[in-house]
Structure formats: C-alpha cells, structure tokens
Design a protein around this ligand. Structure first.
Ligand code: NAD
Length: 344
C-alpha cells in the first residue's frame, strides 16, 4: 500500500504510522491541513480489516475535519487518528498512553479528542503523556460531553433551513422526523419539542423511541420507515450515507438537516437533492457545535462564549444557502467552495 496512491489522499501534509509492541498499539495519524492552526480531530478505534482500510478512513476523516473546522471559523486545521483494534476487547490504559506518546512527538501539530470507539476516560491516559488532547472529563479541566453543543447547533441550523426554504421563523407547528435518539438526537428532539415541533422518531433501540414518545409526545416509526416519514424536516442523527440512490426517491420532506457525519453516500447526491427540491444543510457545517466546544476547551476560552459561537452556525448556513441559490449549485458544493477559501 502506498498512501499517495490511495483515492482518499488529498495532499495531506503528514501521515504517521505509530506502533507499540508492548501495548499492541497500531495507529495512523493523518494531518490534512494546518493553514488555520494545528490539526484537531478525534481518535477513532475500529476493527479495520487491514491497514489500507484504516489509512483510507484516517485520510477521509482528517480531510473532513479541515472543512468542518474552517467552516466553523476555528483557528485549527484538520486531522484525525485511528487505532486499529476492537474497542470492546482491545482497550488498555497502556494503549492510550502509547498513543499519547506518539501524539506528543508531533509537537502540537495534531490535537486529539474522543471519537467513535473512544471516550473521555480513554483520553485521561492520553493526557498522562501529552497535553495535545481535548474533550476531557470535568475532573481533568475538561468540559465533558460535547453532544449538547452539537444538538444546539443542529437546532439553530434547522431553524435557518426552514426560514430559507419555508419562510417561517420557527419550527413551531412543523413536523420533524429524527433518525437516531442517541446523545445528539435525543437532546435535539427535546429542543424541537420545546419549540413546538411535532416529532416522528426512530431508533434501533426501542427504549429510546419510547422515552421520546413519553416525554415529547413523539410518534414512533420503524427504523427502516423514518426516511419515508411525512415531515417538513428529516434530521439524520444516526448513521452516515443515509442519503443515497435508494433513500432519495422516498424522502417526503423539504429540508434535510441533522447531526450525522457523511450523510451523502456520494458527492452527486448533493445535486440530486437540489434537483428534487430538498434543501440540504451540509453535515459538517450544521454538526460543528461539538468541535466548537472542544476547541474552546483546548484553547481555554470562556465557556460562556461557546453558546454564541454555536448559534452562529445559523448564519454560516445562511451564507451557504444563499451562495447555492445565487450560483445554481448544490448546498454541499457551496459549502465545500466556501470552506476551501477559508483554509487555502
Ligand atoms: P450515539 O451513538 O449516541 O447515537 C446514535 C443513535 O442512533 C443510537 O441511539 C442508536 O441506537 C441509533 N441508531 C443506530 N442505527 C440506527 C438506525 N439504523 N436507525 C435509527 N437509529 C439508529 O451517537 P451521537 O453522539 O448521538 O451521534 C449521532 C451522529 O452525529 C453520528 O453520526 C455522529 O458521528 C454525529 N456527530 C456527533 C457529534 C457529537 O457531538 N456527539 C458531533 C458531530 C457529529
């Protein structure tokens, strides 16, 4: 395998392979772009089938962080780490300490945090070896779970989208279909309910749906039916690639705006949504609340400045929507163009 020949290689500044025989660490750290500042992005732990799959994921995720961080106006670039291993069976404090040492050797060019398969508790061990880590628990000076900040960003993003597409000032009286009621989706559902929206929800964990039904009067549908829901807004808050050639013809909504990463299965789905008259809020713009909070924690900025910056996601989306309309392009493409101008 050569990194440079992988389809997801996009001029990444640096890719580091780190291993430690004692702990079994096998990790890849990809730094995509540091023009705006040191690269920041979480560390994913996943049982990749081979190192090519892991490198591909690291490259793709690191690039995504450059776009997300630039669009959020943060003074950081994009990077990501992946650990090859099963998060359920292969974790140890020594593994994360070894990762911490590898990150420390980069001298601050890459700052890590938790991601899929890792937790604030794991970051505690990383912190023992390096200060280039964020997303720590409260007892280590961290600010805890970033999900409520992500949910707030998605909520104000939905408001911006319905303002643009439907000409209404709030979600009051609108129907929103929420796919996935986890850390972000549940808090988003609460905010939507409090703002007067009607909810249709689905989660593979039935208890989550039942809790939302009891607390927010949400109507539960089966996980494979949420895409068909008759709603004004569809908010994907579970999986990636939910918008694809199979699901697109089934959508009944006029807005797609949710927290999930990598919602478009392929780039051309962005154009297809536009052609279908669906306003898509680009995922990495609307779901930046968490990284805004984690970045503020790392830079030791006042906690009370975070909310205003998360709410500013609404204005960034307005800019994306207006550019897409003016230039007759998909919102996903408008966001990419605006982001590139910010990190070039
Ligand atoms: P989570 O794991 O807490 O929640 C995901 C929920 O989706 C779970 O309740 C799960 O049961 C449900 N789910 C899984 N597959 C489903 C399916 N097929 N249909 C319906 N429900 C399903 O994750 P989270 O932290 O809430 O993140 C949700 C999404 O947002 C992810 O794509 C994540 O990458 C993205 N995201 C999260 C944050 C954050 O701050 N947590 C930030 C940016 C992006």
């Amino acid at each position: 395998m050569s990194i440079f020949e992988l389809p997801d290689f996009d001029g990444h500044e640096q890719v580091v392979f780190a291993s430690d025989s004692q702990s079994g660490l096998k990790a890849i750290i990809a730094i995509h772009n540091t023009h705006r500042g040191p690269a920041m992005g979480g560390c994913r732990m996943w049982a990749y089938p081979d190192s090519t799959a892991a490198a591909t994921d690291a490259l793709r995720l690191a690039r995504g962080m450059t776009y997300k961080n630039a669009m959020a106006g943060l003074p950081i670039g994009g990077g990501k780490a992946v650990i090859i291993g099963d998060a359920r069976t292969s974790k140890s404090p020594e593994l994360f300490r070894a990762l911490g040492r590898a990150i420390d050797q980069l001298g601050g060019r890459y700052i890590t945090a938790e991601d899929v398969g890792t937790s604030p508790a794991d970051m505690t061990f990383v912190r023992e070896q390096t200060r280039y880590v964020a997303g720590l628990s409260g007892d280590l000076g961290g600010t805890g779970d970033p999900s409520p900040a992500t949910a707030l960003g998605v909520f104000v993003g939905i408001e911006a989208a319905v303002r643009h597409r439907l000409g209404v000032d709030s979600v009051n009286g609108l129907t929103v279909a929420v796919q996935g009621l986890g850390h972000v989706g549940y808090d988003l559902a609460r905010r939507l309910h409090e703002a007067g929206a009607r909810l249709i929800v689905a989660d593979i964990d039935r208890a989550n749906g039942e809790r939302a039904a009891a607390q927010f009067g949400a109507r539960i549908v089966a996980p494979d039916e949420i895409v068909d829901a008759q709603a004004d807004v569809f908010a994907p808050c579970a999986l990636g690639a939910v918008l694809n050639r199979q699901t697109l013809p089934r959508l009944k909504c006029s807005v797609v705006a949710g927290a999930a990463n990598n919602q478009l299965a392929t780039d051309d789905i962005g154009e297809m949504l536009r052609d279908a008259g669906v306003l898509y809020a680009p995922d990495y713009v609307i779901n930046a609340g968490g990284i805004i909070k984690v970045c503020a924690e790392y830079l030791q900025e006042p906690v009370d400045s975070v909310e205003d910056r998360v709410r500013a996601i609404s204005g960034t989306l307005d800019e994306v929507f207006q550019m897409a309309e003016r230039d007759g392009i998909a919102t996903s493409r408008a966001a990419d163009t605006l982001a590139r101008a910010r990190f070039a």
